[in-house]
Ligand binder design. Structure first.
Ligand SMILES: NC(=O)c1ccc[n+]([C@@H]2O[C@H](COP(=O)([O-])OP(=O)(O)OC[C@H]3O[C@@H](n4cnc5c(N)ncnc54)[C@H](OP(=O)(O)O)[C@@H]3O)[C@@H](O)[C@H]2O)c1
Length: 315
């Protein structure tokens, strides 16, 4: 990773799992890091860990915690307003990392299905609301974290919120496909507007984190009975460490040689583990018509429009 001194990064879900490693590595390389998380206490504990890590290496970390609940558009707006106000000189890196996986059907504060609402719509709104600040910094990046689950997903435009029919894993796969489609479409729109920014996608393979541990919201019904032992086995046998899982995201965030719109995953079998390499998105994720439909649905749901006009020259 290059030296990141003078750069400012926001990482959603930076208190846990691969997000915590992303924050630590960005801070180790000199970036000012804003941990965006829904639980202040967990965020403070993560920030303390990162500070202690850097102090043990003879450095001091510039790390802060700000409250962000992606399952509430009010919270997303408050966060974006506060951070935009503070970062008058702009934002270099936004990592759309936070996520929930396979809960029973629940809704966000605004009535969206929890996974689509948190993993995709919350990040869509956040990116749109921070877009001005990202445009202020030449070469800024947005990295959106998808998953190999995106390969199995479908965007059900007739029922994106799973009101008629809900499958927890299908909804997870749909949300992660939406992350990938959004990341690639954003780059296409950046190119059309001629902006000096990059939108990247990344996935961590399978990594042992709180997401895959039995600590998530799986219930004790039939699905829980099947899924919990499977996820445990996954963590013990299949998964790589959260350190390794963070590498594709960190590469997407900092490798200076990558073109915008690159998707980084893992080089092992089935992309489940291994070194961070460029991987091919499925064809559906490159379909601009599908992407346009998702974009429109996301604008309608969140009320957030992106301003692709170039930044006026400062006098
Ligand atoms: N681990 C894997 O194998 C794997 C595979 C593919 C993709 N991913 C993706 O990697 C990303 C990070 O997940 P992880 O594996 O590191 O899991 P994790 O340890 O559970 O971290 C998820 C993070 O998202 C946060 N979060 C959840 N809902 C939120 C909300 N409403 N507002 C703000 N933050 C929220 C969590 O906060 P709390 O701590 O408060 O719950 C936590 O910080 C996710 O997007 C996930 O889909 C992971």
């Amino acid at each position: 990773m290059p030296d990141l001194s003078g750069k400012v990064a926001v990482v959603t879900g930076g208190n846990s799992g691969i997000g915590l490693i992303e924050c630590r590595e960005l801070a180790r390389h000199g970036a000012r890091v804003i941990i965006a998380c829904r639980d202040q206490e967990k965020g403070d504990a993560a920030a303390a860990d990162i500070r202690a890590d850097l102090e043990s290496r003879g450095h001091s970390a510039e790390v802060e915690v700000r409250r962000l609940d992606l399952a509430s558009l009010d919270s997303v707006r408050e966060f974006a307003e506060e951070v935009s106000g503070e970062l008058a000189d702009g934002l270099d890196l936004l990592v759309n990392n936070a996520g929930v996986m396979a809960p029973p059907r629940l809704e966000t504060e605004d009535g969206f299905e929890l996974q689509f609402g948190t993993n995709h719509l919350g990040h869509f709104a956040l990116t749109g609301l921070l877009f001005e600040r990202l445009k202020d910094r030449p070469g800024s990046r947005v990295v959106t974290v998808s998953s190999i689950a995106a390969k199995l997903g479908r965007l059900n435009f007739d029922d994106l919120n799973g009101k008629q029919r809900y499958g927890r894993w299908q909804a997870y796969a749909q949300s992660k496909l939406a992350n990938l489609v959004f990341a690639l479409d954003l780059q296409a729109l950046i190119n059309e507007a001629g902006l000096d920014m990059k939108s990247m996608a990344a996935h961590p393979g399978v990594a042992a984190t709180n997401l895959t541990s039995a600590g998530n919201d799986l219930d004790n019904g039939m699905m829980g009975l099947i899924s919990k032992p499977f996820l445990k086995l996954n963590d013990l046998v299949i998964a790589q460490s959260s350190e390794a899982g963070a590498l594709p995201v960190l590469r997407a965030a900092t490798d200076p040689d990558l073109a915008g719109g690159t998707y980084i995953g893992c080089d092992g079998m089935g992309e489940r583990r291994g070194k961070p390499v460029v991987v091919a998105p499925r064809n559906l994720a490159l379909n601009r018509e599908v992407a346009g439909q998702l974009w429109q649905a996301s604008v309608e749901a969140t009320g957030v429009e992106f301003d692709f006009n170039p930044v006026p020259a400062k006098s």
